[in-house]
Design a binder for this molecule. Structure first.
Ligand code: ATP
Length: 291
C-alpha cells in the first residue's frame, strides 16, 4: 500500500504517564475507506492512541501521519477533514438538538444539511428537545450528528454505542454502514465484539499499550482455521464433537440418522472467544515475564 492510500500510518508510538507506559510501541496502518476497530481491555491504551491521532494528546515518540498530516502539528484545514465522537461529551445543555446542530454547522466549510443529519441519526422527533433532556443513547446520537456534520474523510468513534438498547445499536450500525459505503474512513473503539464484527473491515487488539494482533474479524487469531464444534440432539441430550473436518462429521451423522440430524448446529469460535484467548495468552506471558 502506498502512503497516499493510507488514512493513518503509525510507527513505534510511545506515550507515558509517569510510570505507566500507556502506549508502548504501537504500529498501525489504516487504509482510506477502511473501518478499523481497536479492541482491548480497560486501560489498554485505546483512548490515548486515538486521542494522539486526533491531535488532542502529545506523544513521547513515534512517527504519525493522519490524512497526510502530523497530528502533533494540527491545522484548521486538517481538523475540518476529521470528525470526532468522544467517549463523553456534554455542554450546551440548554440548546435544543436543532439549535446545536445548526450552531456547529457554522464551523465547517463543506457542511451536510442539518435537517438531513438530524434525520440520519434518528433524532427527528427530538429536534426541539433541549440536549439535557435527552436519554444517554439519544445524547450519543447527537454526538454522532455533530461528528458527521462536516462530511469528515476520517471519523473517530470512541465507544459510540455504550448505553444503547439493542434496537438503537442496530440502527446506529446502519448509519455507520452508510457512512462507510460512502467512503468515510472510520476508527472505532468498542467493548462490544459483535459491534466490531458487524462494522469493522479489520480489528486490532491492544493490551498494555501493545498491539497483539491485527486482522479481519473472520481471520483474527487464526479464527478461520479454528476447529468447528458440530453438535446435535440424541437420546434426549446434546452431544458434540470438535473437529477440523466438520463436513465429514456431518456426513457420518447424516448416514447414521438416515437423513435429517436432530438439532444440528455447527459453530466456530466467536470473535469474543478469540479476543479473550488473545488477551488471556498475553496476560499469562506477561505474568511469567514479571520477576
Ligand atoms: P478504556 O477501555 O477503559 O477506555 P483505554 O484502553 O482507552 O481504556 P487509556 O484511557 O488510553 O485506556 O489509558 C491507558 C493507561 O493510561 C491507563 O493505565 C490509564 O490509567 C493511563 N492514563 C490515561 N490517561 C491518563 C492521564 N491523563 N494521566 C495519567 N494516566 C493516564
Amino acid at each position: 500500500m502506498t502512503t497516499t492510500e493510507l488514512a493513518i500510518e503509525v510507527q513505534d508510538l510511545h506515550k507515558r504517564y509517569g510510570d505507566t507506559h500507556a502506549v508502548d510501541g504501537v504500529d498501525l496502518a489504516v487504509a482510506r475507506g477502511e473501518v478499523f476497530a481497536l479492541l482491548g481491555p480497560n486501560g489498554a491504551g485505546k483512548t490515548t492512541t486515538v486521542e494522539i491521532l486526533e491531535g488532542f494528546r502529545h506523544r513521547d515518540a513515534g512517527e504519525i501521519s493522519v490524512l497526510g498530516t502530523d497530528p502533533g502539528k494540527p491545522t484548521g484545514q486538517w481538523r475540518s477533514r476529521i470528525g470526532i465522537v468522544l467517549q463523553t461529551t456534554g455542554g450546551h445543555d440548554e440548546l435544543t438538538v436543532e439549535e446545536l446542530v445548526r450552531h456547529f454547522a457554522g464551523y465547517y466549510p463543506d457542511v451536510r444539511d442539518p435537517d438531513e443529519v438530524i434525520r440520519a441519526v434518528g433524532l427527528d422527533e427530538k429536534r426541539r428537545t433541549r440536549s439535557r433532556h435527552l436519554s444517554g443513547g439519544q445524547r450519543r446520537r447527537l454526538d454522532v450528528a455533530l461528528g458527521i456534520l462536516g462530511r469528515p474523510e476520517l471519523l473517530f468513534l470512541d465507544e459510540p454505542t455504550t448505553g444503547f438498547d439493542p434496537e438503537a445499536r442496530h440502527e446506529f450500525w446502519e448509519l455507520i454502514d452508510g457512512l462507510a459505503h460512502g467512503g468515510t474512513t472510520i476508527i472505532l473503539t468498542t467493548h462490544y465484539l459483535d459491534e466490531a464484527e458487524h462494522l469493522a473491515d479489520r480489528v486490532g487488539v491492544i493490551a498494555a499499550g501493545r498491539i497483539l494482533a491485527v486482522d479481519t474479524p473472520e481471520r483474527l487469531g487464526g479464527r478461520a482455521e479454528s476447529e468447528a464444534t458440530v453438535s446435535w440432539q440424541e437420546d434426549g441430550e446434546r452431544r458434540h464433537v470438535v473437529t477440523g473436518e466438520p463436513t465429514a462429521a456431518v456426513q457420518q451423522l447424516a448416514a447414521r440418522f438416515r437423513g435429517e440430524i436432530p438439532g444440528l448446529a455447527i459453530t466456530r469460535p466467536s470473535l469474543e472467544e478469540i479476543y479473550l484467548r488473545l488477551i488471556g495468552e498475553y496476560e499469562a506471558a506477561d505474568r511469567t515475564e514479571q520477576p
